[in-house]
Ligand binder design. Structure first.
Ligand code: SAM
Length: 231
């Protein structure tokens, strides 16, 4: 099993919302969440074709606030059985993390680490190399916009040049669509949009961006810094 390094973290004290129950909506095939999953997986399949890779032809993937990993793990399995992609899934809830580990084993994926940790803390990534693919699904709707901005700015240090980020954001019932602010923020920070899916009959939006601005020297992640906290 690939190791991205140790990160002991006491999850129990901080879990606030019932994310186990939230995941149950995935089991209703017509739910908005099930439809969103379909789009995220479709985009990830495309990203697995178009993302850069390292000199050995391998890729690293990071999923922040990964839940039970159902968006990522089956797609990696069908792609090439996990031969060329190693993945770090960061999920704070221990039960969901364990489900992701069990799923990875069940799918025979060799290079998956599920870390029960705070994805908002920069120290969680201190031993990780930048990823070729990064998922931030179910994150931006749960944090304040300043944190969205800070997180997107720091994603520049978490993904390689030309790396691809897949993200989600829901619109609200009153017609306000904060996903456009998220898109603007990605553009501001050197990402180019590859796709944006916004079904008229659903609230979810799924974006895919590539880091196309390559600053001469990308700063590394600042230690002991909080990018975001769920509200
Ligand atoms: C909306 S769900 C999204 C799960 C998954 N990404 C998906 O789209 O199916 C948000 C997830 O983030 C996890 N979470 C909340 N705060 C977190 C944090 N600080 N670090 C890591 N995971 C966190 C929750 O436990 C929950 O599983």
């Amino acid at each position: 099993m690939l190791s991205f390094g140790p990160a002991a973290w006491d999850a129990d004290a901080i879990v606030t919302k019932d994310w186990l129950r939230w995941h149950q909506d995935y089991d209703s095939p017509n739910s908005s969440l099930a439809r969103r999953l379909h789009v995220v997986q479709r985009d990830l399949r495309r990203a697995l074709v178009e993302a850069p890779y390292d000199e050995r032809g391998a890729r690293r993937l990071i999923s922040i606030c990964a839940g039970d990993g159902r968006d990522v793990l089956p797609v990696l399995a069908e792609h090439d059985g996990g031969r060329t992609v190693t993945a770090l899934l960061i999920e704070r809830d221990p039960t969901l993390s364990q489900r992701a580990r069990t799923a990875a084993i069940g799918l025979g994926l060799p290079g998956i680490e599920v870390r029960t940790a705070d994805a908002g803390a920069t120290d969680t990534y201190s031993d990780s190399q930048p990823a070729h693919l990064l998922l931030a699904c179910g994150v931006f709707g749960n944090i304040i916009f300043n944190d969205v901005r800070r997180t997107i700015a720091m994603l520049r240090t978490l993904v390689v040049a030309d790396g691809i980020v897949i993200w989600t954001r829901g619109r609200t019932d009153d017609g306000h669509d904060p996903s456009h602010d998220v898109r603007a923020c990605f553009a501001e920070h050197g990402f180019s949009e590859m796709s944006f899916t916004s079904p008229a009959d659903a609230r979810f939006r799924v974006g895919m961006h590539r880091l196309t601005a390559h600053p001469a020297a990308v700063r590394s992640m600042p230690p002991a810094t909080q990018m975001f906290r769920f509200i």
